[in-house]
Design a protein around this ligand. Structure first.
Ligand code: MRU
Length: 346
């Protein structure tokens, strides 16, 4: 699997996901404003991946501030962190990573020594821990994966959306290694086509069988008995288990419930926002209307028509069969079970 977030002291290279599957080209970031715009403009996307990118963005800020006084270095870093947090509002992993880097920066600010090296090591640790979390989710989720499984997924919750390996696609990879995957159905995921462009690309690269569907085909596939399990990722999970993920996920969950198909969410503990009692408080990003109205450079919606573009929706906890985390499986999805699993040491 291609490494899509590559760090070497003072240089962050991001695989430009907007160009996939046609081209695998990297965008280079040397200043902290560049990772923030890469996140905003979808060069890199997916909740854990944007958290990791933000962590490296803070490390870049530390490299840029070398030579300044301890006070202004810290001020530069914290202000870079605030810019990074504003890049996208829904995925809580972004704020989680920035806050963790800010704690490290404050601890290190008063000490003699190289702040840039300390922050570089912390960002690398966040990146490595995310990959380890994905692998642990794969192992924890394996007992839920049916033999000869036909899996439906929405958006891209794969290696490209994480540090590597993936959350939902981490379960797929673990099940594939155990010989349990017959087919992965990837919803194309309008309007940004993360399923068609990214999920299909990374699974095909790994020789995992994948079939792309238009989003409106999932219902009839389920009605024909051709889907055994649905697995998706998450951008933010409230304390009661309500889950925000890519727009369209809620519809897939309703369909899965109607057809009595298990609906699994795979997410690391950094995706939980225990300050929110329910999904009602999750901020939903509105993206530009033209991402819906213009397809491959051609306007498909007349200028006189309004266009909606919420990038995420919230699936209520009762529609979710289980949430698979690196710390264990939450099922049934209740506030008490969320708290119990998240309190487990990592
Ligand atoms: O708008 P995107 O592409 O960043 O949305 C990504 C998703 O909704 C993913 O499913 C989610 O971040 C989980 S990634 C492991």
């Amino acid at each position: 699997m291609i490494e899509h977030i590559v760090w070497s002291r003072g240089l962050l290279r991001l695989l430009d996901q907007r160009l996939l599957p046609d081209k695998a080209e990297f965008a280079d970031c040397r200043t902290p404003t560049e990772p923030a715009s890469a996140i905003k403009n979808m060069v890199v996307r997916g909740a854990p991946a944007i958290g990791i990118t933000a962590a490296y963005g803070m490390a870049l800020a530390a490299f840029r501030a070398e030579g300044k006084s301890a006070g202004s270095r810290l001020a530069d870093l914290l202000s870079a962190g605030e810019d990074l947090k504003r890049a996208r509002p829904t995925a809580v992993n972004l704020a989680w990573a920035v806050d963790r880097m800010a704690v490290k920066a404050r601890e290190a600010a008063g000490c003699a020594g190289d702040l840039a090296s300390v922050l570089s090591a912390e960002a690398e640790a966040i990146h490595a821990e995310d990959i380890a979390s994905c692998k642990a989710m794969g192992a924890n989720g394996l007992p839920l994966m049916p033999e000869g499984g036909r899996v439906l997924t929405h958006c891209n919750a794969g290696a490209l959306a994480t540090g590597g390996y993936g959350t939902a696609l981490g379960l797929v990879r673990a099940a594939r290694e155990a010989g349990r995957i017959k087919m992965v159905y990837a919803d194309e995921t309008r309007p940004y086509l993360q399923g068609a462009r990214l999920t299909a690309w990374e699974l095909a690269e790994d020789n995992i069988p994948v079939t792309v569907l238009c989003d409106d085909m999932a219902a009839s596939l389920m009605a024909k008995g051709q889907v055994d399990v649905v697995i998706v990722g998450a951008d933010r999970i409230a304390a009661n288990g309500d889950t925000a993920n890519k727009i369209g996920t809620y519809g897939v969950a309703v369909l899965a419930s109607h057809h009595r198909i298990p609906f699994l969410v795979a997410a690391p503990s950094s995706t939980f926002d225990m300050s929110l009692p329910s999904g009602e408080g999750i901020p939903i990003e509105e993206r530009p209307a033209d991402e819906v109205a213009v397809i491959a450079g051609r306007r498909m919606v007349p200028r006189g028509a309004a266009v909606l573009h919420p990038a995420f929706d919230v699936t209520p906890a009762p529609l979710i069969t289980a949430i698979v985390t690196e710390r264990g499986v939450i099922s049934p999805v209740t506030g008490a079970n969320v708290g119990r699993i998240l309190r487990r040491p990592h």
